[in-house]
Ligand binder design. Sequence first.
Ligand code: TGC
Ligand code: FAD
Length: 392
Amino acid sequence: MSQDLFIAPDYYLLDELLTDEHKLVRNAAREWVKREVSPIIEEAAQKAKFPTSIIKGLADIGAFGSYIPEVYGGAGLDQMAYGLIMQEIERGDSGVRSTASVQSSLVMYPIWKFGNETQRLKYLPKLASGAFMGCFGLTEPNHGSNPSGMETKFKDMGDHYLLNGAKMWISNAPFADIAVVWAKNEEGRIHGLIVERGMEGFSTPETHGKWSLRTSATGELIFDNVKVPKENLLPNKSGLGAPLQCLDSARYGIAWGAIGAAMDCYDTALRYAKERIQFGKPIAGFQLQQKKLAEMITEITKAQLLTWRLGSLRNENKATSAQISMAKRNNVAMALDIAREARQILGAMGITGDYSIMRHMMNLESVITYEGTHDIHLLITGFDITGIPAFK
Ligand code: TGC
Ligand code: FAD
């Protein structure tokens, strides 16, 4: 990839709304992405390989459990800082942000919120340092948007649980040390279980051939009569609301992350348009290209304002699930539109790996699908404003 010349757009002076700590955390993540992610990410994407070498760096910038209390190894930061870290990482690559989102919001969060003290002390410090990597198993071959129908189940065998079933499309699965798995008990109630690599009957085959999120390893989780110790059940919350509460946290991070991808596409396209001469002048001087760029910065600014407000509400424990859905849906669609327009501004150069835009565009096709599809989030808003669920 060409040298990373990224300059973050801040059209409405949003930096003035951040604390010194937010800026410190954000700038550290920004510099780390420039130094450690940008130089290696294109090759990793071309090879469809998760770059394990960046795990330690992710831990060092606080990307694993930034809001988890320090006593468990987390950074003890607020929700705004978490969002800013996700924004900066996804500015580099959505696949890398995925790895961090899953580790923080889908593995550490449920252990912190729904686990007991023994589980917290056993797993969280290792997850925070990157010594352990985790994954989150909710989606199944026959149940994507409707996880309540899940078929994975466990049986109480007296001294252990016996787990059977399968999950698919699981980020981090191929290398994860532990999996937080959602499964039904004999009464059909959903519970979270911590399944560890090495347990007999547990395998994690990798999913190949993705044209999107190629730097993130995706796989299946197969449970064939896996004996799970009873102490691995998360005791403090059950029902579908438990995994959905984790998704609130992850979707919030994605709303920020998508802004990062959009900012990178806009910044790249703006620089290119000012340098590329056609018909004797920079293409940035043509009205059609200015329309694209002006609309991009408008949409980025609107998304930044929406997300900043959402971060404040999260800090006050006032953000609703539906507000998070609106931000995830809006910001990812905004980023995807910007990636497509930015790619056109670069003409043929836009399809190469010399620039990050095509990679962002392909990645965002996953981001608009996972953690609730674009349509499901619209239905969540529809339900919220009408009181009538249109899911089924
Ligand atoms: P429904 O009957 O509406 O709700 C069941 C129970 O859950 C409660 N609830 C929530 N609780 C906390 N947070 C939320 N966001 C919640 N939404 C609902 C609800 O109150 C109820 O509680 P209770 O006590 O009454 O039982 O459930 P439903 O079956 O009708 O489904 C609703 C729907 C469609 C919105 C939900 O199933 C959904 O969000 N589907 C999308 C599935 C999804 O997002 N999957 C993501 C898988 S993980 C992933 O993609 C990771 S990608 C990671 C990466 O690489 O970054
Ligand atoms: P489906 O549910 O089959 O939906 C197909 C289409 O039908 C969509 O357009 C959808 O919007 C639409 N649709 C479905 N229901 C309705 C309805 N009621 N009304 C209108 N339209 C509807 N899952 C995990 O558990 N853990 C992970 O770590 C994880 N990582 C992922 C990584 C990647 C790269 C990808 C692509 C997916 C990942 N997922 C993960 C799975 C992801 O959450 C699901 O793909 C997503 O929830 C959608 O499920 P589905 O693909 O089965 O689509």
